[in-house]
Design a protein around this ligand. Sequence first.
Ligand code: ADP
Ligand code: MG
Length: 704
Amino acid sequence: MAARTVRSASTSSTDPGVTPVGALPGVGPALVATLARLGLERVQDLWFHLPLRYEDKTRISTIGDLCVGERAQVEGVVEAIERGFRYRPQLKVAIVDASRQTLLLRFFHFNRAQAEQLRPGTRLLCYGDVRHGAQGLEMVHPNYQRLSGDAAVVVDELLSPVYPTTEGLSSKRLAGVIGKALALLPAATQLELIPPRLCAQCGLTSLRDALLYVHRPPVDANLAQLTLGLHPAQQRLAFEELLTQHLSLKRMRAAIRRRIAPELGGDGGLRRRLLAGLPFELTAAQQRVAAEVAADLARPQPMLRLVQGDVGSGKTVVAALAALAAVESGQQVALMAPTELLAEQHLHNFRQWLQPLGIEVEWLAGKVTGKARKLALERVASGAPVVIGTHALMQEGVAFARLGLVIVDEQHRFGVQQRLSLRDKGREGERVPHQLVLTATPIPRTLAMSAYADLDVSSIDELPPGRTPVQTIAISNARRSEVIERIRVACGEGRQVYWVCTLIEESEQLRAQAAEVAYAELSAALAGFRIGLIHGRMKPQEKQAVMDAFKRGELAILVATTVIEVGVDVPNASLMVIENSERLGLAQLHQLRGRVGRGALASNCVLLYQPPLGQLARERLQVMRDTTDGFRIAEKDLELRGPGEVLGTRQTGELSFRIADLSRDAHLLPAVQRVGESMLEEHPEQTERLIHRWIGGAARYAHA
Ligand code: ADP
Ligand code: MG
């Protein structure tokens, strides 16, 4: 036993994986710097730097057998060469092979020396894409090499990997360096960090074999499968990467849970009074989730809970109950929303609910400035119980007296870092506030298990009674006038209508302009109905005035930009027209559509589109017509767009994988979770080493 311990300690100290790349033969300081640009600093970084694709230079095709679209290698003799200057300089080289067929090689970038080397009679070995040209088959800019005399051609014995690389480093040179790194791969049992029992349970091949296969697939490898990333060797690597990410999130969460939080048990008095004053009963789902939240809050460990519920499921009142638990316990609550309009909506709701209980609600948005801001900050610093705002809440100068609970609405708009930075406002040493995160974008279960492994999840999986699903149709912009007639009829029946302009422009100004154009058009076409306009360039009071008028039913039609996307709640609105719907993603369409169908009225949504529709847009609109189920829409969204975008974290790189692809590899996640649990409990040392291998000292987990 003792001998074994000694041996494993010594192997880990000589782990070749952590050797700097500069120690490899032939890798000097210049190359070390270039490799660093690719994030390749240690030998094991090279092991895990995988090919993007493979080239098959293991055989030679005859020109007569070439097919358009394939990448092929051919050997031939130059028959003729021609330099042309039509439109732009180009070099055309005709080669012929034993099949007596001709292939044209075409170059647009070339120098004189190159042209002179390609005289008739020269033997060439070429590799490239076969395409249709004016004079038959051709290759544009093939890779080629000249063959001397009649020496036999030597073909590759393996598929050639093509590596992602950077300027000044060819894939071939990088392949050479990776080859040297692979020579240092330790024996399979030493390399393996997932315990053998768990590997066997999941049918995982050895990591060593997987790496060698992926870097050097044999001639008979299934190239199509490799290209799709579905080969068992690639899946083995994806598994390990997903496992590592899962473990590191779990570990971060464990670290957070070791901290202390204020116990927000409260006596329930304020909560009972709120419920008694509501015009409705909570749904069973709301009651269950509210109880889960209350139980978390009463504990001295920080809550980290995500409440997901489809649009209109009634998350706000659940948040208000959580807030009151904090207030009952003498602690402060901060509620942060991603847009000013949504924050204002919360302010409005919370004031309506809390003022009758004698609780003031503070307002802190970017547009609160000067004296008003100074006073608000003072009240917050001296303990104002409830503060609502936008990301202005996270700014410097905002200090709380005793922040006990942070509520973040529409989480996917904020990154994990932003969420943590608001939490840190209430941090005092090891004491942190509880966190409640609300999202209307249902997170597919698979993603919840990985990206959100640091959060507990509660689902409000039931809508308040009496809602009827929204009927959705897609109509070409060519039939715009029919849609306007439809609006006339609906308004004539006393229904209220949203007309949403969805110009995807960076500037709020252009978006506002588009809305103004639509406003003018509808005002002209529908004289006699009162129409309002709302966009992001308006002052908060102006926006609020328009929203209030629409809420009171004084406006029949509200022309809006996507500022109304989240949270806006006018139950009497029952028709929504979305312009240029083909440009929006599924999540956004679902959010927008959620603004109707909130009351007892049967509601409709018209997706206006500008033909011709691309394939993706067609699929999206089809999904919207087929279902109103947020979970199905989110799953489909994941499939169509990929996880980074679904979570809105693409820029922050929180979910970037080197090998794994969550939409392709989601089927691995249940096993990842099982193995992850065993590893955390039984193999802490290997867990540590896995995280170090894949993530290294990356700063992204520094916040834990
Ligand atoms: P979301 O989950 O989209 O944030 P809201 O909290 O805005 O939903 O609630 C949508 C609407 O449903 C609001 O008008 C709210 O007052 C109402 N509502 C919430 N819970 C219930 C309920 N149990 N019964 C009836 N109406 C409810
Ligand atoms: Mg909401």
